[in-house]
Design a protein around this ligand. Structure first.
Ligand SMILES: Cc1ncc(COP(=O)(O)O)c(C=O)c1O
Length: 413
């Protein structure tokens, strides 16, 4: 666990903490949407443009070579971070959404047909749901959902019932951005491997920032995640794919940088990763993600996870005691640092707006998970989500002001 001094040192690295929204100290509890960035990661962007800015793979001059080295170095760094066998398995894209679309378009549309089944869970973010609906519409494959029980866990009977020889895709979140559930990936993926020849996709957008993920140990085909949810810049996302699989797939976008030879009437493509990186890359973003990984690993992923769990348990216990709230997050302590809740008699946007007047940032809305909210019997919720720079004092302040929200909205406790 971090000492008070260590947390103070971590917080000193975050310039955003000097902001005073509505004249109040900022309490940022919207980390599930995007995290803030420490100074060293911010400085890394400046440094890239001052010393490494060239268009990679496209020139014989100094800066083109330096930027190629920085870009390919970042790829190797990301690959090592998630246990990939080769940097060629790491594709730099814009975000997790683009990575899921790439799999849907380049793999699924070309390999699925009527009679095939795609399995996802009811907890999926729209990014891991809408592309599969579209694949199902276009190929005639059937989309099936793993539903959760009252505690937001996937009963294993759901897995046994829904996954079988017709399953061609299992695309599952590693951590729900609404209810925090972390499904038992080892068990579910092992069952899937043994009982189908499905391609296994892990949506790691809410998992990779909090827990060590090793694609080789998990034995998955694809992993996606976004840099901006793990202390890095926006606009950089990762697709991990098994190299043989990536090289068997059609390009998603086409144009410069992804070709081998172009003739008037046909083109041959480079292998992965270039095959999937058409056009000038977000080199700054890739290099910045590598810097964020350095930052995370220097602090220690396990220590960050332990601290975030401590904050989450603390907040969860406090919120559960407030009888005017309905808390949706799972009670299972193996959960992502997100707590979703509703005032029984108030709209989440009103709650979030009032909290904002106290400098507190939470998310309100459907969090890109409308089917899950419908399943929960509510169209929207409030969500507080934590990161390494949050503190117990901030949670106390947040909970105290939930009381003010209750009073202001005239809700009885
Ligand atoms: C579980 C999950 N998957 C996917 C995404 C999509 O991430 P991005 O918007 O960075 O593409 C999010 C974003 O909130 C998410 O929480």
């Amino acid at each position: 666990m971090f000492s008070k001094k260590e947390i103070e040192d971590i917080r000193r690295e975050y310039p955003f903490l000097n902001l005073k929204p509505n004249g109040k100290d900022i309490i940022y509890l919207d980390n599930g949407a995007t995290t803030q960035k420490p100074k060293e990661v911010l400085d890394n962007i400046q440094n890239f443009y001052e010393t490494e800015n060239g268009n990679p793979h496209r020139g014989a001059h100094y800066l083109a070579m330096v930027s190629t080295e920085a870009y390919e170095g970042a790829r190797a760094r990301v690959g090592k971070f998630i246990g990939a066998k080769s940097p060629n398995e790491i594709v730099f894209l814009r975000n997790a959404t683009e990575a899921l679309n790439l799999i849907a378009y380049s793999y699924a549309l070309n390999n699925l047909s009527e009679g095939d089944e795609i399995v996802i869970s009811i907890m999926e973010h729209h990014s891991n749901l809408v592309p599969w609906q579209r694949v199902a519409e276009k190929t005639g494959a059937k989309l099936k959902y793993l539903y959760v029980d009252e505690d937001m866990q996937i009963p294993f009977s759901e897995v046994e019932e829904k996954i079988g020889k017709n399953t061609k895709i299992l695309s599952l979140t590693g951590a729900s951005n609404v209810v925090g559930t972390m499904p038992d990936l080892d068990k579910i993926f092992k069952y899937t491997r043994e009982n189908s020849d499905a391609k296994i996709i892990l949506d790691g957008a809410q998992l990779v920032p909090h827990k060590k993920v090793d694609v080789s140990k998990l034995d998955i085909d694809f992993l996606v995640f976004s840099g901006h949810k793990m202390y890095s810049a926006m606009g950089i996302g990762i697709l991990y794919g098994r190299e043989d699989l990536l090289n068997s797939m059609e390009p998603f976008l086409s144009g410069g940088d992804m070709i081998e030879y172009v003739y008037e009437d046909k083109t041959t493509y480079l292998p992965s990763p270039q095959r999937f990186e058409a056009g000038t890359a977000n080199v700054e973003g890739a290099v910045n993600l590598a810097a964020a990984i350095d930052y995370i690993e220097r602090i220690g992923m396990d220590r960050i996870d332990e601290y975030e769990k401590y904050l989450t348990d603390y907040a969860y216990d406090k919120l559960k005691k407030l009888d005017y709230l309905e808390v949706y997050t799972t009670s299972n302590k193996n959960r992502a640092p997100v707590i979703s809740f509703n005032f029984k008699e108030a709209h989440p946007h009103d709650v979030a707006s009032i909290l904002d007047t106290y400098g507190i940032a939470i998310r309100s809305g459907h969090h890109c998970a409308q089917p899950l909210h419908r399943f929960l019997g509510s169209n929207f919720s409030c969500r507080a989500s934590f990161a390494v720079y949050n503190t117990i004092e901030e949670i106390d302040y947040f909970v105290e002001h939930l009381e003010d929200v209750r009073r202001l909205l005239g809700i009885e406790s």
